[in-house]
Design a protein around this ligand. Structure first.
Ligand SMILES: Cc1ncc(COP(=O)(O)O)c(C=O)c1O
Length: 418
């Protein structure tokens, strides 16, 4: 056992004890694969602004904001206020409501490819709905996605996440348009839609190279397939989402995370004629959901979206740059190979000279694992795979403190290497 791990065990006794209780009733004591890490993840108790606290009473600088969804941090006062006001009027109504209309309006105003919206309760459900719409309008079954892309926990997209083709899933290589073009020229007549993130998120914040998205979209259209962009993470990159930055309009867009203001959410937006398959006056899909567009989520989400202004998006990008530069400098100071992928307010760190392509098995697996654990010991919380997301409630001082704590964590990692 490394010193880093010994220290983690010593400072998180109550988390460990709650982990045992969790293991008795949940497989691996867990209900969300992405955040799991050995020896056990922390048990958390509270979040406020850009901080979270564990049950052992430690405060952490939260550098991941519930995996990018808390773009305004924890318990953001304007969101707390709408939830507090709303909850007294009931949490879910079996009918349309004003906050739902407001959030749909915000998405239509902001994202130019979106004419109509349907709400779901997670990004996974948004993927399910987008794929169902594509299958309905094309009469085809297959989807084509990037190898190791993540579009939620459903079996058709999970196959591709793990890297292989499945019964309904074809895969091609992210960033290599010719790889998608080849699959589409050979098997395009089986493909209902191509699903892509403009910046691959969970695979390591990998931006699309110039021209990639256009070429894939054009190849999809030549094959008669829909082109779907997954903006569950990327919406935060501009007021119009990553599709505005890249100048590529998809047929359908998947949303999630930040548009719920911290509550569970998902949505599909897109062309009127495509979303029309869900129109209950002439439905081709029975798209329903007990909590779809519920008033609490949509009221919180409306505030989150409205308050994500262009200035704040720029400010978050500046903090991400400041953090990336600081991390590079401290890593160079301890002599570890180090690289960072950076897109706007999102970063992913790697202990390799250059960021790797999308992969599930990282060559720096041991180093990133040690750095993540050492960072927790130093009061820094981010995704075990090294993903970091800014929030609007950070500050220069917060970023500088994060760099100082990372300096300590990196020193521990370097000490463990000798
Ligand atoms: C790009 C992307 N799509 C879809 C999802 C699934 O969203 P959810 O976790 O809300 O089901 C995620 C979740 O991390 C995601 O990162």
């Amino acid at each position: 056992m490394s010193k880093i791990e010994e220290q983690y065990l010593a400072r998180t006794a109550r988390s460990a004890e709650r982990g045992k209780a969790a293991e008795a009733v949940m497989p691996g004591g867990d209900t969300r694969a992405a955040g799991y890490h050995p020896p056990y993840p922390l048990t958390l108790e509270r979040g406020e602004g850009p901080f979270v606290w564990d049950v052992d009473g430690h405060r952490y600088l939260d550098l991941v904001g519930n995996y990018t969804s808390l773009v305004h941090g924890h318990a953001y006062p304007p969101i707390v206020e709408v939830i507090r006001t709303g909850v007294g009027r009931g949490t879910a109504w079996p009918g349309r409501c004003e906050p739902q209309i407001a959030l749909a309006q915000r998405l239509v105003e902001r994202v130019s490819s979106v004419e109509k919206v349907r709400f779901t309760n997670s990004g996974t459900e948004a993927a399910m709905l987008a794929i169902q719409i594509a299958r309905t309008v094309t009469g085809r079954r297959r989807i084509l996605m990037a190898r190791h892309g993540y579009h939620g926990g459903m079996d058709d997209t999970e196959t591709g996440f793990f890297g292989s083709e499945g019964v309904h899933t074809l895969v091609a290589e992210f960033g290599r348009a010719e790889s998608f073009e080849q699959v589409l020229s050979e098997r395009g007549n089986e493909v209902a839609c191509v699903v892509l993130e403009p910046v691959m998120g969970s695979a390591g914040i990998i931006p699309s190279p110039p021209g990639f998205l256009e070429r894939v979209r054009d190849a999809a259209h030549r094959a008669g397939a829909l082109f779907v962009l997954d903006e569950v993470i990327c919406l935060r990159l501009s007021t119009g989402g990553a599709q505005k930055i890249y100048g590529v309009e998809p047929d359908l867009t998947m949303f999630g995370k930040l548009i719920g203001g911290g509550l569970p959410v998902g949505a599909v937006g897109g062309r009127d004629d495509l979303l029309a398959v869900c129109d209950p006056r002439a439905p081709r899909i029975f798209h329903s959901g007990t909590f779809n567009g519920n008033p609490l989520t949509t009221a919180a989400g409306t505030v989150a979206v409205e308050e994500l202004t262009a200035d704040r998006i720029d400010q978050m990008e500046q903090w991400a740059t400041r953090l990336a530069e600081g991390l590079r400098a401290v890593a160079a100071g301890v002599g570890l190979p180090f690289s960072i992928n950076h897109a706007g307010s999102l970063l992913n760190v790697f202990f390799t000279e250059k960021p790797p392509p999308a992969t599930l098995v990282r060559s720096d697996g041991e180093l990133i694992t040690q750095f993540h654990l050492a960072s927790l010991n130093h009061g820094l919380f981010f995704a075990p795979r090294g993903m970091i997301a800014m929030s609007t409630v950070m500050s220069d001082a917060f970023i500088d403190e994060a760099i100082e704590r990372a300096r300590g964590a990196l020193a521990d990692v370097a000490a463990g290497q000798v």
